[in-house]
Design a protein around this ligand. Structure first.
Ligand code: PRP
Length: 209
């Protein structure tokens, strides 16, 4: 039996759809109600529904063998896990954004509001730009509007949140999509099962290029 951590929410639903097509799940995730553990014994898998930012924690500690998680979270937390496959769902971009028309003159310390403090720190360190990172937990787009920061580092998917708040992308840091990850120890002794699942998933992600 493979134990797989799935992120709750929209990405989890997309991941479940992919797993259905790969033969590792049935129906729709919404039919399972509030259940946090879903088993498909015939397929040899059990899913745990966890907060997206907790997926890699379950996998790193071996509470789950595999997980599906956004590259943004992997880059932010850098867990000690294997990244096995780009699932090509949950595609978006990690960006720097600011009020429309903002130009960084580079004179004073730049205030950066973000949920992704490590990504932001590394990005500005690579530019040699002195910044003051302000950690927020959501609705990050408010920060420049309220004068809490000059810029934000955040996920941009459709761009609607930025547009609706008179913000614009200043720079793209990296593309983001969901990845299949594995616990490093489990990967050794369940390698046949894991590689079979990886292969089936790869087969249904190829048409997304
Ligand atoms: C994410 C992200 C942006 C928005 C981008 O927020 O932080 O706010 O989605 O999507 P868009 O470009 O399609 O508008 P999320 O819904 O995860 O909420 P939160 O960050 O405010 O918690």
């Amino acid at each position: 039996m493979l134990n797989i951590a799935l992120p709750k929410g929209r990405l989890g639903e997309q991941a479940h759809e992919l797993l259905v097509r790969a033969g590792y799940a049935e129906g729709s995730l919404s039919e399972t109600g509030r259940k946090l553990v879903i088993e498909y014994p015939a397929a040899g898998v059990r899913y745990f529904l966890v907060k997206p930012s907790d997926v890699a924690i379950y996998v790193e500690h071996g509470a789950a063998d595999l997980g599906i998680v956004g590259k943004d979270i992997l880059e932010e937390d850098r867990p000690d896990v294997y990244e096995l496959l780009d699932l090509k769902i949950g595609r978006c971009r990690m960006c720097v954004a600011a009020k429309r028309g903002f130009v960084d003159e580079g004179t004073s310390v730049l205030r950066v509001a973000t949920k992704f403090t490590n990504i932001a720190e590394r990005y500005y360190a690579s530019l040699g730009r002195e910044v003051d990172i302000i950690k927020l937990n959501g609705s990050v787009e408010l920060a420049p509007l309220l004068g809490l920061s000059e810029v934000i580092v955040d996920i941009v998917e459709s761009g609607k949140t930025l547009r609706d708040n008179d913000l614009a992308v200043v720079a793209e840091i990296m593309p983001v999509s969901a990845r299949l990850i594995a616990n490093k120890v489990v990967y050794q002794f369940k390698s046949a099962e894991i590689m079979r699942l990886r292969g089936s998933l790869e087969g249904v992600t190829n048409d997304k290029d």
